[in-house]
Design a protein around this ligand. Sequence first.
Ligand code: XMP
Length: 319
Amino acid sequence: QWKMAAFIENTVAEIRRKVGTRRVICGLSGGVDSSVCAALLVKAIGPQVACIYVDNGLMREGETELVKHTFRDWFKADLHAVDARERFLTALAGVTDPQQKRKIIGKVFIDVFKEEAKSIPDAHFLAQGTLYPDVIESGGSPDGPAATIKLHHNVGGLPAELGFELIEPLRDLFKDEVRHLGTELGLPEDVVWRHPFPGPGLAVRCLGEVTEPKLQTIRKADTIFLEELRKAGWYRKTSQAFAVLLPVQSVGVMGDGRTYESTICLRCVQTDDFMTADWSRLPEDLLARAATAIINRVKGINRVVYDISSKPPATIEWE
Ligand code: XMP
């Protein structure tokens, strides 16, 4: 506890010294690392930090609202929440190839971020929630030049050409330390314990073309699954859990009639480093409750399956 208090005190002093009277841009993704990074900066320099959050329309239920509420209402931060939902969906229309989808999302993200950054003309620094494992993974030394992996992997790829000087206040910390720091800074539990979420968001869980109705189906199923996990005390025991909408229709019965509807796949894994992963042995009754609730409450779904593949050879995501 005292160690964390000392870390905050030292880091806040260091940020203030480095930044002086200049302004900082902080990319917020809604995930733990960027949220803790932003909260720390807000504590250190208040209105001198401008947080940019890009709503790409590929977020989970309530995620954008949570970010807005946390940073705008609670931390009183200068939050630039850009509604780019339409722009992403339009760019993704008709695209089915997974890598193509990622590329498009990455490119639109950079464009949108750049445009918004221009509205903060006197910004000199860009803050990033790079952690110690990111520094090591990208081949950097702890004291060396800024890690780059976070750039393309997490925030969607902010290139050096943006021309900002980097600030990475979390680069000596591990994930569990970042969670403690977040709690200490007053971030809600919901943010601090959030499972990781891929940069391309629900697009890689919507197999094939991404459309708004499909995204809504995934969001509903995902919310139900996570609710059941939380209620049963399994959310924190697992590393990542989510729903995938498969491009498969199958026959079902409803009353006297036959249905021909879509399939939701539930995925839940345990992992230390996300390089390898095992599927979670969730209790049968938890899976049963989630499946029944999804079929009853999500229109267009008549079948739910559970993914029991480990990584490798499967990946955690389906695309
Ligand atoms: P895979 O599916 O490769 O995922 O086993 C490993 C971890 O990385 C996340 N992931 C991504 N994160 N951009 C990201 O920021 C991506 O394109 C991407 N693809 C996968 C995935 O959610 C898991 O945590």
